[in-house]
Design a protein around this ligand. Sequence first.
Ligand code: SAH
Length: 218
Amino acid sequence: MVAGGVGDGYGGYRAQLVETLQRKGVRDLAVLRAVGTVPRHLFVPESVRHRAYDDAALPIGSGQTISQPWVQARYLEAVGLTGRERVLEVGTGSGYQTALLALLVDSVFSVERIAGLAQAAKRALDAAGARNVTVLVGDGTLGWRPFAPYDAIFVAAASPHVPAPLVEQLAEGGRMVIPIGDRAAQTLMLVVRRGSDVHTTTIGDVRFVPLLGEFGFR
Ligand code: SAH
């Protein structure tokens, strides 16, 4: 669980961010509560800390970005979490989304390909009090077999197609959200596994950084 930033002086900013997301149509109360709890300022570099609670994507170093909170909220909402899920996240980045997930599910396994980002994310997650999270360094397009199957998989980077190992590691009835498209623009897709069948629905247009790996962009 995340201890939250209660009393850290940023509570008013978080409350404003929650209001902004509600105004933009986010309805899932658990997701809104998570945004109101997680100290986002701990997940962004010092240089952009004053913008930590803007509804905006921000640079986090190594050419990567922390996604816009509204996109993250939609993305979490799309899966309809119950709190009991074992989750795989591909693309830890800053670790902010990981911290939201830590409040919304049972356990999170998060894979990041850039070791420096994974280390910074681990420190921020510790500082935020997230305990049910494991950060792993590697190519997340391969999934992470030792902890599979997963009830939900969140892919936080854009892929030309759904990586086959991720479908294999989805539990029966499991759900995955993944931006599919080219490097410039993508459609956020919800993929549901039913037996050997896969059902895909469209959520909306998005722009993510590329998923680089064996089953993503090469
Ligand atoms: N949700 C994150 C933002 C992620 S940006 C946040 O809240 O900050 C996407 C991340 O995916 C980047 O950190 C990038 O390095 C990572 N990434 C790209 N390809 C990857 C791969 N094959 N495996 C794991 N991580 C990958």
